[in-house]
Design a protein. Structure first.
Ligand code: 0WD
Length: 275
C-alpha cells in the first residue's frame, strides 16, 4: 500500500460529500493513518462519525481557521496524541454568499478580507503551525479552482482568493523546499458540495463543464481523491509548487465543444440542453 506507515491531517471535511472526504478515503485505502479537524459544533456531529469510519476516533480536533488560538491547541494536541505528519490536506474556503453573485465591482472590503483570510491566509498559517511536526519529504496539498485564472460567472471574489492561494502555493513550495517539504494544489472541476451550494447558478456550471470538457463528464470526489493520494505520497516526490488540474480536461478548452448534428457542427451545450 502506497501510504502504509504515513500519517496525515485532513482539514475541511463538512460531510461525506466534501472533496476532503474523497481525499481521506483514497488515502485510507492506501494505508494512511488520519487525523481530522472540524469547524464548529454543528460540523463536529458530521466529522466524528467520519473519523470513526476511518479508524481515527481519537484524532479529531476543532479548527476554525479564523481563530489563532485553535491553531496553537491543534499543534499541542497533534504533538501529544498523533505525532509527526507526512501530509496535510487543506480543503477550506469561504466567502459571504452575497459576494458570490452579481457584479464583482460591488465586492465589499469586508467580503474581500473574509475570503482572503479563510481561503488563503489559512493555508499559510496551517503550514506554519504544523511545520515543526512535518517529516522530511512531507507534502501539503490545497484545493483550488479555474476561477483563479479565468473569469467564471458568480465566482467573483473567490476567483481572486484562489489566484492568491495558487501564488501562495508557489511561495510556500520555495520556503519549505529547504526542509524537503512539498506544497501543491489540485484545481478541481465543479462538484456539488456544501461550499458549492453558496455559488449562484452552480447547477449551470456543472452542466456547462459536462458539455464542454474533453472527457464529457464532471469529476467525482473519488477522482480528486486518487489524484490527491498521488500528490501526498512519495510517488510525487519530485513535484512541488504545482497546480494540478483534475477537471475532465475542461481547462484546456479554447472554444466550446462541438459535435456533428445532421452534418452541421453544433455546440454540445445546445445538444445537451435541448434533449
Ligand atoms: O466545485 C467544488 N466543490 C470545488 C471546490 C471546485 C474546486 C475547488 N473547490 C475547493 C473549495 O474552494 C475548497 O477550498 O475545494 C475545497 C473544499 O470544498 P468542498 O469540498 O467543495 O466544500 P465543503 O464540503 O463545504 O467543505 C469546505 C469546508 C467547509 O464547509 P462549509 O460548507 O461549512 O463552509 O471548509 C471548511 C468547512 O468545513 N471551512 C472552514 N474550516 C475551518 N475554519 C472554515 C473555517 N473558518 N470555513 C469553512
Amino acid at each position: 500500500m502506497i501510504l502504509q506507515g504515513k500519517k496525515g491531517l485532513i482539514v475541511g471535511i463538512a460531510n461525506n460529500r466534501s472533496i476532503a472526504y474523497g481525499i481521506a478515503k483514497a488515502c485510507k485505502e492506501q494505508g494512511a493513518q488520519l487525523a481530522f479537524t472540524f469547524l464548529n459544533e454543528a460540523l463536529e456531529k458530521r466529522v466524528r462519525p467520519i473519523a470513526q469510519e476511518f479508524g481515527s476516533s481519537d484524532f479529531v480536533y476543532e479548527l476554525d481557521v479564523s481563530k489563532p488560538e485553535h491553531f496553537s491547541s491543534l499543534f499541542q494536541s497533534l504533538q501529544t496524541d498523533f505525532g509527526n505528519l507526512d501530509f496535510v490536506v487543506h480543503s477550506v474556503a469561504f466567502a459571504p454568499k452575497d459576494a458570490l453573485t452579481g457584479d464583482f465591482v460591488q465586492t465589499s472590503k469586508e467580503a474581500f478580507n473574509t475570503a482572503m483570510e479563510i481561503s488563503v491566509y489559512s493555508l499559510i498559517e496551517l503550514s506554519r503551525c504544523v511545520l515543526p511536526l512535518l517529516n522530511k519529504g512531507a507534502s501539503i496539498l490545497t484545493l483550488t479552482y479555474l476561477g483563479s485564472m479565468k473569469y467564471v460567472t458568480n465566482y467573483n471574489v473567490m476567483g481572486v482568493a484562489k489566484a492568491a492561494l495558487e501564488s501562495s502555493v508557489r511561495y510556500l513550495a520555495y520556503d519549505l523546499g529547504r526542509a524537503g517539504i512539498r506544497v501543491n494544489a489540485i484545481s478541481a472541476g465543479p462538484i456539488k458540495t456544501l461550499a458549492a451550494s453558496g455559488i449562484s447558478d452552480f447547477n449551470l456550471m456543472l452542466k456547462w463543464n459536462e458539455a464542454n470538457a474533453p472527457l464529457r463528464e464532471n469529476v467525482s470526489i473519488d477522482q480528486v481523491g486518487s489524484a490527491a493520494m498521488y500528490l501526498v505520497s512519495d510517488l510525487s516526490s519530485g513535484v512541488t509548487g504545482e497546480v494540478h488540474y483534475v477537471d475532465s480536461g475542461y481547462n484546456i478548452m479554447g472554444m466550446c465543444a462541438m459535435e456533428d448534428v445532421d452534418g452541421k457542427p453544433t455546440p454540445r451545450w445546445e445538444i445537451l440542453t435541448k434533449h
